[in-house]
Ligand binder design. Structure first.
Ligand SMILES: Nc1nc2c(ncn2[C@@H]2O[C@H](COP(=O)(O)OP(=O)(O)OP(=O)(O)O)[C@@H](O)[C@H]2O)c(=O)[nH]1
Ligand SMILES: [Mg+2]
Length: 254
């Protein structure tokens, strides 16, 4: 068989299920660390439940993803996951989803591994959201998930550090009311409300504009130019204020 015929025959198997996102849909990619329970407990014993090194590696990986060749509006990270809002007009690779998921998972895995000095792998999935409100709800959902996980993790690790087994600590935390969990922590000197915001609400990365003042040697004048840089927010707003914060990012991207 001639190469051109073989190429055409085989290419079909590779591409016939390619899916392209419709224009106008908002795309949010979520990356999640693969087997990070083992990675953070056995391979690299990090502080539990929260380690600042892990926070910084995730923040740096998120920054990298916002600046790796796609138009991105917002990145949010908590625990071992990262959510990315692509710019609504992003149209690279003809909006082929397999390209976005594979390239983003590759970029995240490579960056995180370099920071960690060991292999750390991420998977990636994409939500295709039809309305702005869905984007706002998506990010509120992940922030709410961060809050729940963080409360559970603090309770779980308190019990583990007191000598409970994995099964005992898991069983004790499961099904408890939120107020009971707060009380459990409080009784052992941890005021949940005073824990660092990034542990409870996650952290955000987005582009911000700033004014740069330079000197033009030809005209001998000061010149002001607008540049953009990535901002890291460790004190994200909560609830309705967070919804407004996401709305503002969407409006700025219009
Ligand atoms: N010790 C420690 N663990 C962390 C930290 N941040 C995230 N993790 C752990 O990362 C894991 C993330 O949970 P999952 O994504 O559900 O678990 P996973 O093992 O990655 O499983 P898959 O995602 O299904 O591959 C949990 O076990 C968290 O405790 C941290 O700062 N310190
Ligand atoms: Mg994971």
């Amino acid at each position: 068989m001639k190469f051109n015929d073989l190429d055409a025959r085989m290419r079909v198997f590779e591409t016939s299920h390619d899916h392209c996102a419709l224009p106008g849909l908002y795309l949010v990619a979520r990356l999640d660390g693969r087997g990070f329970t083992r990675l953070t407990k056995e391979v690299h014993p990090f502080e539990a439940p929260f380690d600042e090194r892990m926070r910084d590696y995730m923040a740096e990986t998120t920054r990298h993803l916002l600046d790796c060749g796609f138009r991105m509006v917002y990145g949010f990270t908590q625990s071992d996951e990262i959510s990315l809002l692509l710019h609504p007009t992003e149209d690279s690779f003809g909006r082929k989803l397999r390209k976005y998921t594979s390239v983003l998972a590759g970029e995240a895995s490579a960056k995180f591994s370099l920071l960690l000095g060991n292999i750390g792998v991420f998977d990636c999935r994409i939500s295709q959201l039809p309305r702005r409100q869905d984007v706002v709800d998506y990010f509120r959902w992940r922030q709410e998930d961060a809050a729940r996980n963080s409360l559970n993790a603090h309770c779980y690790w308190l019990l583990r550090k007191q000598g409970r087994t994995v099964a005992e600590a898991t069983a004790q935390v499961k099904g408890q009311r939120t107020a009971t969990k707060h009380d459990l922590l409080f009784a052992h000197g941890i005021n949940y409300n005073e824990l660092p915001s990034w542990q409870k609400r996650g952290l955000g990365v987005y582009w911000e504009e700033y004014l740069k003042v330079g000197f033009n040697p030809h005209t001998q004048e000061l010149v002001k130019t607008t540049r953009r840089r990535l901002a890291l927010n460790l004190e994200l707003p909560l609830g309705e204020a967070y919804a407004e914060f996401i709305q503002n990012l969407l409006s700025a991207a219009d």
